[in-house]
Ligand binder design. Structure first.
Ligand SMILES: NC(=O)c1ccc[n+]([C@@H]2O[C@H](COP(=O)([O-])OP(=O)(O)OC[C@H]3O[C@@H](n4cnc5c(N)ncnc54)[C@H](O)[C@@H]3O)[C@@H](O)[C@H]2O)c1
Ligand SMILES: [Zn+2]
Ligand SMILES: [Zn+2]
Length: 360
């Protein structure tokens, strides 16, 4: 029997989000219904609400979640009812040209549920990143459920998007390792996870850049060895002077704006790597002298989901958390209810919140 539960939707561009009744079908072949325990509020949810991703309203928001499998459809063998899982938006297909080349982290045909969740009048919803988890129960492809060791859902659920994206941007995409220097521009949940990842990987110079002193204080906790407030100090000059005049080996851009991308481009060392993990809206453009792109060498990369493989990376990061080597608790600024998502979007702009986490 389809179930009717409460969830948070964005009905039209820029309008406040609403808590409404949503119909969740029984899981079909290859699908699972998951009882959501927690879901973090990610900046990408706000991008959806503002029309910055696409125009497929109404959206069922939320995508950074942990919960427990309630029911599975035919043919599902990897997870079973009762399993504690983190939801992922990279259920790899194993068959596309990326998977065939042994690079499933770039899978071009990731799985989502085939059935649709709907409003009570039958209107189909577009779940954010194919998940939709500001809701009591959600329907996903079974491959979107990654089984992990039992742990606080509010903390480890953040691995489902922003924290994994940031950690992986530094470690997987940027390849930061022992003795490297890294600068991270934008120290929200994503940027601070990049900083934490760089520390775990052994980077020795970790420069945090933000326009908020509160965020920079938090960055020190995650492992920043230096901080730069770019509203008062030129970040390119500062990063160069903190790296012997050279620039950082890797610069992670975790804002998604042209000016911060340009800072990242010029703040890296010759042959260094820029990693764009911030999501730009479609109107944003950068203009760079082509001679500088050529002459500075190195690599300009973008990082979707930190180039992660959920089945490889989520359990490993939960282990690091449980061993006290990766402080996921410190990303959880507040625990809120389903009705508080709009207020959480406001707080995202004020500079003091890393993650508001909806607890169901
Ligand atoms: N690539 C991916 O897979 C992926 C995954 C999750 C989120 N994201 C994106 O990453 C970005 C960051 O997400 P978040 O959840 O951490 O957002 P957030 O709002 O929590 O953090 C953004 C941070 O950037 C800072 N900032 C804003 N303008 C700045 C500027 N001009 N210079 C320096 N710092 C500035 C803010 O003070 C804030 O600390 C967003 O664009 C989000 O959509 C990407
Ligand atoms: Zn694939
Ligand atoms: Zn996200």
């Amino acid at each position: 029997m389809p179930q009717t539960v409460k969830g948070v939707i964005s009905r039209s561009k820029g309008a406040d989000v609403e808590v409404v009744d949503i119909v969740v079908p029984d899981p079909g072949p290859g699908e699972a219904v998951v009882r959501i325990e927690t879901c973090g509020v990610c900046h990408t949810d706000l991008h959806y609400r503002e029309g910055g991703i696409n125009d497929d309203y109404p959206f069922l928001l939320g995508h950074e979640a942990a919960g427990r499998v309630e029911a599975v459809g035919d043919g599902v063998t990897d997870v079973a009812p009762g399993d504690f899982v983190i939801l992922n938006w990279r259920a790899v297909c194993g068959q596309c040209r990326a998977c065939a080349k042994g690079k499933p982290q770039y899978c071009f045909n990731t799985h989502n549920a085939t059935q649709k969740m709907t409003l009570t009048d039958g209107t189909e919803l577009s779940p954010a990143l194919g998940i939709g988890a500001f809701i009591e129960k959600t329907l996903v492809a079974a491959g979107q459920c990654t089984k992990v060791p039992e742990a606080d859902a509010a903390a480890v659920g953040l691995l489902g998007c922003g924290v994994m994206a940031g950690f992986g941007a530094a470690v997987n995409t940027g390849g930061v390792g022992r003795g490297d220097s890294i600068a991270v521009i934008g120290c929200g949940g994503v940027g601070n996870a990049a900083i934490a990842g760089a520390r775990v990987a052994g980077a020795t110079t970790i420069i945090a850049v933000d326009v908020s002193d509160a965020k920079l204080e938090q960055a020190k906790h995650f492992g920043a060895t230096h901080t730069v407030n770019s509203s008062t100090t030129d970040p390119v000059e500062a990063i160069r002077s903190l790296t012997g005049g050279n620039g950082a080996d890797v610069v992670v851009e975790a804002v998604g704006r042209p000016e911060t991308y340009e800072q990242a481009f010029y703040a890296r060392d010759l042959a260094g790597t820029v990693v764009l993990v911030g999501v730009p809206t479609p109107d944003k453009k950068v203009t760079l002298p082509m001679i500088d792109i050529f002459g500075r060498g190195g690599a300009l990369k973008s990082s979707w989901y930190g180039d992660c493989l959920p089945s490889r990376d989520f359990p490993m990061l939960v282990d690091l958390y449980k061993q006290g080597r990766f402080d996921l608790d410190a990303f959880v600024t507040e625990r809120i209810g389903l009705g508080d998502v709009e207020a959480a979007f406001d707080k995202m702009q004020t500079g003091n919140v890393l993650r508001s986490v909806v607890v169901l």
